[in-house]
Unconditional design. Structure first.
Length: 224
């Protein structure tokens, strides 16, 4: 009899956990507008002046599923531009300038640092961190204000890569079923020719992958 009671109590406990999780789940759909800037062999500094001169826009749409009020996973589509000019950085006399469009399709995991969601109507403020990875396509266009420097391999075509990223930010509840997000993010592109060239291995070997990132404001619809 005691054995049956223990088994019955365990099954009831598991059922209550599953019911609790299903009660907490919700979906989130949204869109955002933000900025992009880069770090590579042209964009070599991160001063306020150079960043402001080279900021370019990015747009995003996304969908998420939250199984509870601490955790979520989802996917997003992004499109934006990056730009860089030697004149704004440490090699102004070289005369290189580039721009590139970037398209992304990513999957990600999000962790809430403050409980947020279906049964937290009074929670007007949240914090989150996110990590993800996905497919990226880009098409750098590079121009030379002077003669093409020696020791570089130009790559002015369209390419694809796998990128990964980290981000974090804040949520502000605008109503029970909507939120505004403010997020900062940093991507590792997985490649070293985002600006349209690579150094010849005989000149400079083992350079790092190019980075890009920015900030974004998003609007979310919560579906309970």
């Amino acid at each position: 009899m005691k054995y049956r009671l223990v088994v019955f109590s365990f099954l009831m406990f598991i059922s209550s956990l599953g019911y609790g999780q299903s009660r907490l789940k919700y979906q989130e759909y949204g869109f955002g507008i933000g900025s992009l800037t880069s770090a590579n062999e042209i964009a070599t500094t991160s001063s306020v002046g150079s960043v402001l001169k080279e900021l370019r826009p990015q747009g995003r749409i996304y969908a998420m599923y939250h199984p509870n009020d601490w955790f979520g996973f989802g996917a997003d589509l992004n499109y934006g531009w990056i730009y860089g000019d030697d004149a704004n950085h440490t090699n102004p006399n070289r005369g290189l300038e580039y721009y590139a469009s970037i398209s992304q399709a990513n999957v990600f995991l999000e962790f809430d640092l403050i409980r947020y969601g279906k049964f937290h109507r009074d929670t007007k403020f949240g914090m989150f961190v996110k990590t993800g990875a996905g497919f990226m396509s880009y098409n750098p266009n590079i121009t030379f204000n002077n003669l093409q420097p020696t020791g570089i391999d130009v790559s002015p075509d369209s390419y694809t890569s796998l990128n990964y990223f980290f981000s974090g930010g804040f949520k502000f509840r605008t109503s029970y079923r909507s939120s505004v997000r403010l997020e900062a993010y940093l991507h590792n592109s997985g490649v070293d020719n985002l600006e349209g060239f690579e150094y010849d291995q005989s000149v400079l070997a083992n350079t790092n992958n190019d980075l890009f990132g920015g900030v974004m404001v998003s609007y979310s619809f919560l579906v309970f």
